[in-house]
Structures are given as C-alpha cells and as structure tokens.
Design a protein around this ligand. Structure first.
Ligand SMILES: *Cc1c(COP(=O)(O)O)cnc(C)c1O
Length: 397
C-alpha cells in the first residue's frame, strides 16, 4: 500500500492525554490514584449555563447555525472582550469554532504556507507544535528558563527570527507554567513582531484566571497596529468549566476571519447549536460562579506552592495565572526512585504514578524535561493528599 500523509506521520500524539489514560486505567483496576494530570476545571458547569442549553433545545434551536456562529454569541464575545480585555472588535471579526483548540488550528490554516516558521516559547502547550506541523508549518522553539520566570525576552525572540518567520505564538497566562506577561513585556515582544512583519497569535484562554491582584493585559489592546496583526484566541472551556461543550473563538482582522469562516464551512459547518446557546449564557449571564471558581483556584495555588517548596528536593516558582504548577525535579535526576533510575520528567512521572499513586505530566512533552506539571484544578483535599504522597515518594520512603 502507498504511504500515509507525511504531515500526519510527523504529528505526535498528545502526551498530556497519554499519562491521563494510564492513570485512568490504574483507577479502573482499583488503585487509589490522585490525578494531577488533566488540564480542565474540576467544577461542574454552572447551573444557569446548563439551563440555557436545555431551554435552547426545548425552543427547537437544534439546526445548523451560520458558520461563524449565531449573531448574538458573536456580539456577546465582542462585548466581553471589551469589558474584560479593553479591546474593541466588531462582531463580524469574531469567529466561533468547536473549542479554542479548533480556533488555533483553523487560524494556522489561514496563515501558513508550507515551510513557514512559527516561533513558540518553551515550556509550551503541546498542541502548538503539533498543530503548526499539521498546518504545514515549522515550529521554532525558543526556551524561557525558570530564572526568566518562564517568559521569553524580546532579545531571544529577535534572535529566532528568520526570513521564513510568519508567526509568533504567545500564551498568556501560560499553560504549563502559569507565567503572566505584564503590559511592558508584551509591548516589547509585539514591537519585535512589528519590526519583522510577523503575525501574533495570542492564546488568552486563561485570561480570567489571574491571581495575587495581578492584572491581565490583552495583546490586541496594546495598539491598532498590533491588533491588526494579532489573532486573539479564547473560549469558554477554562473560565466557565465548559471543556466538554466545545466552544472557542477568535478575533482577528476581517481578512483572516473570512478565510477561517470558509475553512470552517467545509470542515465543521458550525459548532454545536446547543453549546452556542450555553456559551451565550456563560458570557452574558451572572459572572458570580466564574469569580467564585477563580477565588478557589487562588486558594489552592497558594497552598500548593507553599507545600511544594516545603518538600526537600523539589521546588517551584509561584505561577500568576492558569491552574498549573511546574515542579522543578532537577535535584531528583540521577537518583533511583521506586526502583527506577530518574533521567528526567518521563521516568519521574511514571515512577511517581506507579509507586506514589500520583499522576503528573512529564515536562518533556512541553519542552522542559527537568520538570513535571501538576494541575490544581482538583479539590483541596486531593491537593493535600497528593503532595503528601509526593513528599513520601521523593524522600524514598
Ligand atoms: C485548554 C487549552 C486550550 C483549548 O481549549 P478548548 O477546550 O479547545 O477551548 C487552548 N489553549 C490552551 C493553552 C489550553 O490550555
């Protein structure tokens, strides 16, 4: 038989899902595993949002919608971007898709020619590199170190630019590090992009999950010239505990929005109608549950950061947003834990799961092999028990 697509063969399966499925298998076999692996809120979708979905079904809202989404939802996104991010978009520039992940892929399809380079800071969300490959582009990784707060500097960005650079992807606040860029840092990075005529994809899916009184700054709010070349990505999954509803959106200039709409019309037609009505309620209804979830995440972050740094041989920096912590396991490398020689995050995560019954994600898949990522989107009780287990595991007991 003839070979399969070279592009498809170059794509790696999601490592975050791999650890999660092994942990789930162990749970189904009766093991008491604490799961710090998955990247979704543990909260249930708020009741007002579920009720809106039921009402939509009852009212017969079960047919195709316009490709880019129902007009009311596009307007609601524009209104929320103005209120939360201080950035003004006409609703015609908002395109609704089946999850932010799908918005990202569709935007890459609109932007990239084969061989175009895309600069991605590491540690990165695994989907960026693979979706760039799926769209025929070439990921170019620029490392941001722990000492730099896991944020890339304008100098490093500038050095990575070549004649083939088309796009810079920034995730703010970031998965997996929780790093938050301030306005000045974003401005300096955007200036490099302006100077070299590079597009910016700003994934702001965690914009509402910012802690310690810090302020979130949206990239397109930095100025008209920057806004013109920015594709803003966001969605309801993380902010409203709606990961399973699959609604994401983009805001961009009309040229890009139009191409994305054409692509979507031939791939998904439109996102689920029922989910669009649920998202409409999420964005326009009471924001109380959103604010309560944010406050609870902050409480858990504060506990987890202090607890991790109290454990001999592991440490972390305090993340300012999202719901992840990168645990530095550098001191564990070279040791033998649970009968396994530790050379990096992969062995550590595997041995911790099998012997310590805690599921974390190896940093290797994020381009940071000396780390593992834990999420605090799990209950406080589980965070306490899981970190107690981590301490026992690294103490070799
Ligand atoms: C979860 C996540 C997304 C995608 O969310 P959807 O569920 O597809 O809307 C996008 N970017 C980052 C960084 C994420 O962590």
């Amino acid at each position: 038989m003839k070979g399969l697509s070279n592009i498809a063969l170059s794509v790696r399966a999601s490592t975050t899902l791999a650890v999660d499925s092994l942990a789930k298998q162990m749970v189904s076999e009766g093991h008491d595993v604490i799961g710090f692996g998955a990247g979704e809120p543990d909260f249930d979708t708020p009741d007002n949002i579920k009720a809106a979905a039921l009402a939509a079904m009852t009212a017969g809202e079960t047919k195709y919608t316009p490709t880019a989404g129902i007009a009311a939802l596009r307007r609601a996104v524009a209104a929320r971007l103005l209120e939360d991010c201080g950035v003004k978009y006409e609703s015609g520039k908002i395109v609704i898709a089946s999850g932010a992940k799908h918005s990202i892929y569709t935007a890459l399809r609109a932007l990239l020619n084969p061989g175009d380079e895309v600069i991605i800071p590491s540690p990165y969300w695994v989907t960026y590199t693979e979706s760039v490959r799926m769209a025929g582009g070439v990921p170019v990784i620029v490392e941001a170190t722990r000492d730099e707060g896991f944020k890339i500097t304008p100098e490093k960005l500038d050095e990575a630019v070549t004649v083939r650079t088309k796009l810079f992807i920034i995730n703010n606040p970031a998965n997996p590090t929780g790093a938050l860029y301030d306005g000045g840092e974003l401005r300096a990075l955007a200036d490099v992009c302006l100077r070299h005529d590079i597009y910016i994809m700003s994934d702001e899916i965690y914009c509402s999950l910012v802690y310690g009184g810090k302020k979130f700054v949206s990239v397109p709010s930095l100025g008209e010239d920057i806004k013109e070349r920015t594709i803003l990505i966001n969605g309801v999954s993380k902010t409203y505990a709606m990961t399973g509803w699959r609604i994401g959106y983009s805001a961009s200039n009309s040229g890009i929005a139009g191409i994305m709409e054409s692509y979507l019309s031939h791939s998904t037609s439109a996102p689920s109608t029922i989910s669009q009505f649920a998202a409409l309620e999420a964005l326009t209804g009471s924001q109380d549950s959103r604010d309560a979830m944010r406050a609870e995440f902050e409480r858990r972050r504060d506990y987890a950061v202090a607890r991790i740094n109290s454990i001999e041989g592991v440490s972390c920096i305090e993340p300012d947003g999202a719901f992840y912590i990168m645990i530095d396991i550098g001191e564990q490398i070279g040791r033998t834990l649970g009968g396994r020689h530790i050379v990096g995050g992969d062995d550590f995560a595997l041995s911790l799961l099998k012997n310590g019954l805690v599921a974390v994600v190896s940093g290797a898949g994020f381009g940071a092999p000396g780390y593992v990522r834990m999420t605090y989107a799990v209950s406080m009780e589980k965070i306490k028990e899981g970190l107690d287990r981590l301490e026992r595991f690294v103490s070799g007991e």
